[in-house]
Ligand binder design. Structure first.
Ligand SMILES: Cc1ncc(COP(=O)(O)O)c(C=O)c1O
Length: 396
């Protein structure tokens, strides 16, 4: 991988920022920006409605973007719904399922609020039980806890693939086997996995997979929800209206067959086309190369941080079991102070606080102020890691 060449594809890097907050949202390469501008400048029109050439071209580009994302995730085109973000995809599933008294939902205390609050609301709405599996402080689970919690009344099991707070990679396939043995549905929150390693949804064992387009080089306002083909007819869209129907009469309607069923109204056309360009770019670099390079950077960053006296790194020590999301603490400095100072003295952007995981910080980590969090992506260089370590040493 030619990092210098890759970095030239990201115009914003000319500003000299050391961007270590890709777990929140990634930077956007020129090809994605150009795809968005290209739509507005060259063929701006609504899709699936007009017979004129601009509308035909916009429809074709938007449909092709679904195909590219489907190929990227190892799914088929009709299984891929474009959403506005990862949160929306999870809410779509939570609002589409039907529950009866006695049902339960299994999730964990590692989850981002986006994969936690939609399930809690179902508890309040339908009286279903929400069982929450507790991870260790490193973010690991004991599979036995899932075996005990999941039973014949479990409707859905919803688990993150990678922790956005600790970087821990969760063995979701093993959990899917337990869920399916009990005839429960299985949802994976892939917000922190899809950008960083190769995903094959046919092999992952999930029924639903939601991720953020904007964390994998796509424009903001983009996300992806995978719904397994076999479930397509059983899931009701919770938004209905234009664009998602096959036919409508005065009293009734039938829904479209493919992803249109779940994309009511005019979608984010430019964003979807931009997301198509993003996964094409990732494919060109190859997710295997990205994963390998990010692991090397993660090891370098962790080794450098470990040499700084009194600095505490959270999450797994084994680089094979984590991604480049690295939370840390500095004694006598709040996470926000650390982030503020790094920005002030060296133009380094990191995240600080509770990372939308209040239950994890309060009930598992016992860190009510949260952590400072550096998160890497493949456009980060070894030199940037060196500057980060050196600056952190000086700050301390
Ligand atoms: C694990 C995880 N799930 C869900 C989300 C929510 O993603 P979005 O902001 O795209 O809805 C995030 C965002 O940080 C995340 O890290």
């Amino acid at each position: 991988m030619d990092i210098e060449k890759i970095r030239n594809d990201f115009k914003i890097l000319d500003k000299g920022v050391i961007y270590l907050d890709s777990a929140a949202t990634s930077l956007t390469p020129d090809c994605v920006v150009n795809a968005v501008i290209g739509y507005y400048n060259d063929y701006n029109a609504n899709i699936e409605r007009g017979v004129y050439s601009f509308s035909q071209e916009a429809s074709k580009e938007y449909e092709e973007a679904h195909q590219k994302v489907a190929h990227f995730l190892g799914a088929s085109e009709e299984e891929i719904v474009f959403t506005k973000n990862c949160t929306y995809g999870i809410n779509l599933v939570a609002n589409a399922l039907k529950f009866k008294k006695g049902d339960n939902i299994v999730t964990t205390l590692l989850e981002h609020h986006s994969n936690y609050l939609p399930w809690l609301r179902l508890r309040d709405r339908y009286g279903v039980e929400v069982k929450r599996i507790k991870p260790s402080k490193e973010g690991f689970f004991n599979l036995k806890d899932f075996k005990e919690a999941i039973d014949s009344n479990t409707k859905i099991v919803a688990v993150t693939h990678v922790s956005n707070c600790l970087g821990t990679i969760i063995p979701v396939f093993e959990i899917s086997e337990i869920a399916h043995k009990n005839n429960a549905l299985f949802l994976v929150d892939g917000a922190q996995s899809a950008p960083h390693f190769s995903i094959n949804l046919k092999e992952l064992g999930c029924d639903f997979f939601s991720c953020s387009g904007h964390k994998m080089l796509g424009p903001t306002g983009t996300g992806v929800l995978y719904i397994k083909k076999e479930l397509w007819d059983k899931i009701e869209p919770f938004e209905i209206g234009g664009g998602m129907i096959k036919s409508v009469d005065i009293d009734d309607f039938t829904t479209a067959d493919g992803w249109e069923k779940f994309e009511a109204g005019t979608p984010n056309i430019a964003g979807g086309i931009g997301l198509g360009a993003a996964v094409e770019y990732l494919n060109k670099i190859d997710m295997k190369n990205i994963e390998e390079y990010e692991r090397k950077l993660t090891i370098k960053m962790m080794e450098g941080m470990k040499k700084i006296k009194n600095l505490i790194i959270l999450g797994p020590d084994d680089p094979e079991k984590r991604t480049g999301v690295i939370p840390f603490k500095v004694p006598n400095m709040s996470p926000h102070e650390i982030a503020f100072v790094l920005d002030e003295v060296a133009n380094i952007a990191i995240r600080s606080g509770l990372h939308c995981c209040h239950p994890l910080h309060n009930s598992v980590l016992n860190e009510p102020d949260g952590t400072a969090r550096a998160s890497l992506y493949f456009y980060n260089s070894e030199e940037e890691v060196d500057i980060f370590i050196q600056t952190l040493k000086e700050v301390m």
